[in-house]
Structures are given as structure tokens and as C-alpha cells.
Design a binder for this molecule. Sequence first.
Ligand code: GRF
Length: 212
Amino acid sequence: MTSVSPSLVSPDISTQLQQSSKPIKLGIMASGNGSNFEAVAQAIENGQLNAQIQVLLYNNPDAYAAVRANERNIKAVLINHRHYKHREELDRQIVQTLCQHDVEWVIMAGWMRLVTQVLIDAFPKQIINIHPSLLPSFKGVRAIEQAIEASVKITGCTVHLVSLEMDSGKIIMQAAVPVLPNDTPDTLHKRIQIQEHRILPAAIALAANSQQ
Ligand code: GRF
């Protein structure tokens, strides 16, 4: 059996990160499974992240993330992008909903939609995204397939600030993950997600503290 060496995370999260004095008010945006939403909720529950999830926004009516939110009694609001003609119109609705729920930091955890200036202006430097590659490599959709096609031996995940250009904002934290010879997109994604669930809560704490 191939042994997988422990993942490298930078900046280091092996010691407890400094936590903000009052809970950070989060709005999480997700489109699908919501395992990253769950990881953030879990980190809050375990006392690893001093935060509060004010609301989950989801854009697919059958997103499992909404089920996870219901199970945790966290408000989940469906904003279906298909019902909006322009991306700005969609973002205006998103901003309104986030503001209604008193959100300070917006966390895109598998949202998979491009943002407009409307959202960026409402939450300047306070929107975070998680992407399944070591940016700036393999931006956009199919990041995991792109890594396998390029025969890279190490890939990973990145938490970064969101800017108008896709997957391009300032990098907050990254974790490296080995690509194994027989990896499929599915096996590699599973290995990457283990690291995503570690670094997303840590990166939220880090980003929020550095702006205090
Ligand atoms: C994650 O792999 C994330 O990097 C990407 O979308 C996926 C969402 O997964 N942006 P989940 O819904 O949190 O399980």
C-alpha cells in the first residue's frame, strides 16, 4: 500500500490560532454537498473557531448543504441564480439577504458562481473562497481533472480573498496534497477535501484577525 505523507499547510496551523474576541458573523454560500459548510460549523462547535453562522445561502434547490443547515438549525435561504437575468441582479439579492442576517464575512464554500462588483463593494476584502488546487495553478471548474491531466505530483487547496477575476484574490492559506499514480478525480478530490476541512476554518480565523 502506498503511504501518504502528512500534508503541508502554510501558514502553519499546528498550534492554536489566535481567535477574535467576539464571534465572527459568517454567511456561507454553497451549491452542493456542503461538506465545507459542515467543517466550519463543526470547528465552531468544537471551539476551534470563534464564529457564528448567521445564514447559509444556496442556489440549487436540491443542495445537500441545505439539509445539513436544517439539521443544525441554521437558517438556509435558497437564491436560485436561474431566476435572475443579470449577475448584478442576483448579487443585489445576495447582498440584501446577507445584510438582513447581519453578516460580516462571506464564505464561498463551493458556490461556483462568478461575483460582480455589487457583492465585492458590499463586503470589501471580506469575501473568502475555497478552491481545490494550489492557485494560481488550475483555476476555474474541473481544477482536479486539470491537475491529473497535467500529471502534477502535488496539488492541494487554497483559501483566498475573492476579487472580480476568478480564483485570483489574495491567498490566505494553502495545503499541499500528493497526487497518487492511480488517482481518479474522485479519489483525489476526497484527499483534497480532508485538507479543505482543516484549512477553511483556520483561514477564516486568520483573515478575520488580521483585519481587526
Ligand atoms: C470544494 O472542493 C471546493 O474546493 C470547491 O467546491 C467543493 C465544495 O465541496 N470550490 P463541498 O460542497 O463543501 O463538499
